[in-house]
Write a protein that binds this ligand. Sequence first.
Ligand code: SF4
Length: 367
Amino acid sequence: GTPDISESPLHPRRKSRRIMVGPVPVGGGAPISVQSMTNTPTVDVNATLRQIGELAQAGCDIVRVAVPSQDDADALPAIVAKSPLPVIADIHFQSKYVFQAIDAGCAAVRVNPGNIRKFDEVGPSICKAATDAGISLRIGVNAGSLDKDLYAKYGGPTPEALVASALKEARMFEDVGFHDFKISVKHHDPVTMVQTYRLLASKGDWPLHLGVTEAGPAWQGTIKSCLAFGALLAEGIGDTIRVSLSAPPVEEVKVGCKILEYLGLRQRHFDIISCPSCGRAQVDVIELAKQVTEGLKDIKAPIRVAVMGCIVNGPGEAREADLGVASGNGKGQIFIKGKVIETVPEDRIVPTLLEHAREIAGRMESE
Ligand code: SF4
């Protein structure tokens, strides 16, 4: 049957309250959503919409756009009107853009109260505008924007300092009766980040937006995000995630989706099982695995394809796979569910696998 992706197979999820980001529920047992942020100039509506389309295709649930200037704020209505994903406006410094974003129909606004001028004065009217429009907010702090006093008190952006800052902001909103917000407490170091979210999670039932900030280029950033999100999600902590990479945003979405898939928190798509190859390998497993992955990357059905370098551990080891190949002697044994169905010459391995994979995937999709 279909696995229940709203529950973690590893740990019961932390009970959080639910907010809505447009049509996407966050918290309260909702499936964990994947977010990303466009890196086109927001004022360039067409380029931004094109990128949002790409992110949606890759499995993104919620998109955030930066609003650093008046022109960007002015572009929001056109973006919101055509975006296939709920749009969160990301606003620093200028509270007037917050009101503009709400008027533009954004699904949510991300404000960093520590960065908004005179927040004590405008905070309540932001909450009122959000309440009237029925939208949610994201608040919270990054290590880099921690309030000076807290920085001094705790001697740096420690978990305690970040959580104290988040609690102060949360209280500010709750004091005026506003509860529709989620919190992030991002840090670039995975260990500090995990400690911070754990601490915050113990203080209240806000939905939590997980992020390792400034995680670095794709390779480093992917590892940091997997570790930090993996640790937290395996404890049931986290309601929505954003992987930050110094890479095209679509890569962030791919990593985010895979983290959830591999943790059993999102419906699986195509996956490859391939052996590392060893001295027994009779084909170039690395190249074969690469070609198969490339050829099947768009498959949405949860098909598992195995690529094994020899027949010693071939069909047996990969019995879990829907389909696979074990190579030997210049040939490939193609097997389905552990049973060899045909043997093809080496240069036919990839096309044969792809053909069978598409057929099986098609059957899965129509079921
Ligand atoms: Fe080596 Fe064969 Fe195992 Fe691949 S399947 S690692 S080639 S023994």
